[in-house]
Design a protein around this ligand. Structure first.
Ligand SMILES: [Zn+2]
Length: 428
């Protein structure tokens, strides 16, 4: 199989064939794809044997996926076998070998539990074609250099580096200072990394002039987005909302984040009027089917049509993990949950109305709150006041609030708002 040809085929398909179908057309196409996919999966996966309708499939999560790994996948790979293989690759930092022709990877997993994912060659090339169709600024026919800051290299990402597309990998486990010189000499047209890394590049004033900046892996906060756009001189900071369970959303040229409903079907489990938890069905992933997989992310939907006229639903933002919702004791004895956004708002404008650029708010296991930030005395006082006001509005008892200088461990995922709970590693 000619890999380049395959990637190109998918590129053309996603770039040109998915246009102008409208919402109804999109939904119709989704239904057809799902039906066809379920037919395949019900014949090849033990868990889904005999299943015909999406609604008959259970809503699953990571724990279920890992527990039933061997019966769920369609390529006959056992859970222990896959895990041993992936761990070995990670230790040797050699990501080229495949197991039974399938790429095996470990997901970093912020929720404590390690995940294993399987991707076949065909899926890898489809993914590459899709990513290129979504993000290449000048199309596939022009040359392009892409700098990618990542936790670990993988087969998956190397597929993108074909032909005129030059791909440069920067390991975020190395000391960042070692990368700047190489990054300047590459001077990439596309820069990809998690917001904390992009912010570090901006802070260091590394001399690069990317046409496109893509934020991955962490929640991109609005104020960080503005800082990055200004630092790199671009109008839009693109987001690729991608996890091992799929490539779920990406930013269009007007800066709107759209669900990638041309490759995934997303059911919405509402938390309030606008917030929902996505339940994902990828209607193409065959090696390790992702069917009605409940992520623990909170997405906020955006009403109205985007100027790009995409039939794919728009998102206001990715608010954070469901795990990072803060819990307080209500004055009436019941539990109050407060979404990360409300916590953010208490901190953001504390310094006399100007934005606090670097901060983190953590709810400790015992419920206390620690605010990390280089704040003035007045800033500290303001935040305390805002939190008290929030407690009053939502009728809960404000726990102890502590203040510390800003810190965030490099190389780890950065979260501005985080709740520490049992079984999860804390950062910072
Ligand atoms: Zn749009």
């Amino acid at each position: 199989m000619n890999e380049l040809y395959e990637v190109l085929k998918y590129y053309v398909y996603y770039k040109y064939c998915m246009r102008f179908v409208g919402r109804k057309g999109l939904e119709k196409r989704q239904l057809k794809r799902i039906e066809k996919h379920l037919q395949y999966v019900s014949e090849h996966s033990k868990i889904y044997r005999g299943i015909k309708k999406l609604n008959d499939c259970p809503v699953i999560d990571k724990a279920f996926m890992m527990k039933h790994f061997s019966e769920l996948n369609t390529v006959g790979i056992k859970g222990e076998e896959a895990e041993a293989f992936a761990v070995r690759a990670e230790r040797k930092r050699d990501f080229v070998p495949k197991l039974k022709n399938v790429t095996v990877g470990l997901s970093s997993g912020t929720s404590g539990q390690r995940g294993i994912f399987l991707v076949s060659d065909q899926e890898r090339m489809r993914w590459a074609g899709y990513v290129l169709a979504k993000f290449l600024p000048d199309g596939i026919w022009k040359s392009c250099s892409i700098a990618f800051f990542m936790r670990a290299d993988s087969n998956l990402y190397q597929s993108v580096g074909k032909g005129r597309i030059r791909f440069y990998f920067f390991d975020i486990y190395q000391d960042m200072g070692e990368h700047w010189e190489r990054l300047e000499s590459v001077n990439p047209q596309v820069l990809v990394g998690q917001p904390s890394i992009l912010l570090a590049i901006a802070r260091e004033k590394v001399r690069i002039y990317p046409k496109m900046v893509i934020s991955v892996a962490e929640v991109l906060e609005k104020q960080d987005e503005r800082r990055l756009a200004e630092a790199f001189g671009v109008n839009v900071i693109h987001q690729a909302y991608q996890c091992t369970e799929g490539f779920l959303a990406s930013t269009c040229k007007y800066g709107t984040l759209h669900l990638n409903e041309d490759i995934v079907h997303i059911e919405r489990e509402y938390l309030d009027e606008h917030r929902f938890v996505p339940v994902v069905t990828d209607f193409e992933r065959k090696a390790q089917p992702i069917i009605r997989y409940r992520l623990n992310d909170i997405l906020v939907e955006k009403k109205g049509l985007c100027k790009c006229k995409s039939p794919c639903r728009a998102l206001e933002k990715i608010e954070g993990r469901e795990d990072d919702v803060f819990y307080f004791q209500g004055r009436d004895g019941t539990e109050r949950r407060v979404f990360p956004d409300f916590i953010r708002r208490c901190v953001l404008f504390a310094e006399n109305g100007s934005v606090v650029s670097d901060y983190r708010v953590v709810q400790e296991e015992n419920g206390a709150i620690t605010v990390y930030g280089d704040l003035t005395e007045n800033g500290t006082w303001q935040i305390k006041k805002e939190l008290e006001k929030l407690a009053e509005d939502r009728d809960f008892i404000l726990p102890e609030v502590y203040f510390e200088g800003y810190r965030c461990e490099p190389g780890k995922k950065m979260k501005r708002v985080e709740r520490i709970c049992l079984g999860r590693n804390r950062q910072g």
